[in-house]
Design a protein around this ligand. Sequence first.
Ligand code: 6PG
Length: 252
Amino acid sequence: MSPPEVRTFDDPAALARAAAEDFVGLASDAAANRGRFTVALAGGSTPRLMYSLLAGPPWRDRVPWDQIEVFWGDERAVPPDHAESNYRMAATALLERVPVPPRCVHRIHGEASDLAAAAREYQAEIARVLGVPADGPPPAFDLVLLGMGADGHTASLFPGTTGLEERRRWVVSHRVPSLHTDRVTLTLPVLNRARDVRIFVTGQDKGPRLRQALAAPRGETLPVQRVAPDGGRLVWLVDRAAAGVPATASRS
Ligand code: 6PG
């Protein structure tokens, strides 16, 4: 496998600007070539700045908002107005500030008392919108945005969780012992079908796992190492703090 494509930035702000530009390009290409752009957003805090940049100039007016279908890569077991909600983070940073049609915003129902049912319903929603049978192979999102935790998790695929081994379902709910909570998450079969995947990693605390992930892309020790799109393009966007690159040096 060719070495992963890694773009290193001076700081999170530079990364967010580049990520916003990348998003505009991918969205425009998909809308022009396929009539729409299907994206699964990342949760956590890292993408927040990029989402907020997309809601303003010069990026806002270059995105075909009326041709976008918005999904999430994972969700916490909380209602949509909860401070921990991945939906809420993206809604407040971006979706409430741009003209994406509400019918095109497809959130995971983390508030459900039965998260396994919520996962099944989300798979059915993905199938309906992307126009494929819900019991067949996973469809290809145009873009999947991901982060990485300091333990090497991505989406809500944490080390040792059952969803990490899922080979058939596209969406599952599972217990995350390290957090003492449940999560709903996309699984590797659907993540690895995406046309484009971007993984954002910033901060010194993620350095050891990032270097481990990049040193052995197929190491498959860490969940994030198992993100390897079949035919799609994976690009890591990292800052110098996470990459351990001294302030005086820089890489492409
Ligand atoms: C979540 C995300 C998760 C996140 C990483 C990094 O629900 O938290 O899906 O995978 O991307 O934990 O989180 P930060 O961006 O907050 O460091």
